[in-house]
Design a protein around this ligand. Structure first.
Ligand SMILES: [Zn+2]
Length: 304
């Protein structure tokens, strides 16, 4: 999926619009970052996250330069990810955990998920809600429709023009860090959500302990991630869009031991090989493990 025509653009701060920023981390190999597919893939391409800048005015961290928005969207349209589906049981479980937290605030009604991928969270959510998904990947939309039989998954939110205050709840799970214009997205989500409705959002935390300790080697730094929020910058974004943040807490996930191990494969071989051998020995590869590395945050916010 090489796209040699993808333009790399220098961009201002995604939160406040300032152009004054310092380089925070710069990965050694940036040449292939021109391939928009890397920015769109859910896979790790270790060490190819490009140049991360921290805004001098507001502290927001973002990737610049990066492919133009149309190239990014085209990358997502053509994304296919078999690894994603391979962990479908885990993703169903993660969906139920998220749903349990959201349902403490809103128990039924219409729910919108932006970036629903293959639809595992929506499938859990339809036990309580009438669900609508937004997902640019044709492959993921087809999975959601044909395998999970989800009734409505559309390509883009802006393209659909839902009425004002149409939804009671909205979710963006591991999505906002991929967006070229998070402010525009949150304004549109606020428009389609009724006053008093709730937003559930998950994203990596650039100010978490592991991000600060591992610095340029943190697993949260990926080519597909172009916005890096902290609890403070995320609250600012939500406040500007018309939301009051009511809860911020760390977000743990369930995956098989085999999947967690694959996430370690970018780290020094002796460490990885030793853990892998032990897990094989104990026969744990396909067993599930809940792990909270405390570097992703889940946020609940209320539409004002
Ligand atoms: Zn800024």
């Amino acid at each position: 999926m090489e796209n040699p025509d993808a333009l790399m653009l220098e961009v201002p701060c995604s939160l406040c619009g300032s152009k004054e920023a310092d380089v925070l981390y710069r990965s050694k190999a940036t040449a292939s970052a021109a391939d928009a597919a890397h920015f769109a893939a859910t896979t790790d391409v270790f060490g190819l996250y490009g140049t991360l800048r921290r805004c001098r005015a507001c502290g927001m961290v973002y990737t610049s330069p990066r492919p133009d928005p149309e190239a990014l969207l085209e990358g997502y349209r053509t994304t296919e990810d078999e690894d994603y589906r391979r962990e479908s049981e885990s993703r169903c479980m993660n969906g139920y955990l998220s749903l349990a937290l959201l349902r403490r605030h809103v128990r039924s009604g219409r729910l919108l998920e932006v970036g629903c991928s293959a639809g595992f969270f929506l499938n859990a959510a339809r036990t309580s809600f009438e669900v609508t998904g937004v997902e640019p990947s044709r492959w993921a939309r087809e999975y959601a429709a044909k395998t999970l039989h989800l009734p409505k998954v559309v390509e883009t939110l802006q393209g659909e023009r839902f009425p004002d205050a149409h939804f009671d709840a909205a979710a963006l799970i591991d999505v906002i860090e991929h967006l070229d214009d998070p402010r525009g997205m949150m304004r549109e989500v606020a428009r389609v959500l009724r006053p008093g409705g709730f937003l559930y959002l998950v994203t990596p935390d650039i100010e978490s302990l592991s991000a600060r300790l591992l610095r340029g080697y943190w697993w949260g730094l990926r080519p597909a991630h172009i916005q890096y929020f902290s609890p403070r910058t995320l609250k600012t974004l939500l406040d500007k869009a018309g939301f009051e943040t009511v809860l911020v807490k760390s977000y743990g996930r369930i995956f098989t031991w085999g999947y967690w191990l694959s996430r370690l494969s970018n780290y020094p071989r002796p460490v990885h090989a030793a853990v892998e051998a032990l897990v094989r020995l104990l026969g744990l590869e396909d067993k599930f493990l809940y792990l909270d590395t405390r570097d992703s945050m889940q946020v609940v916010a209320r539409r004002r």
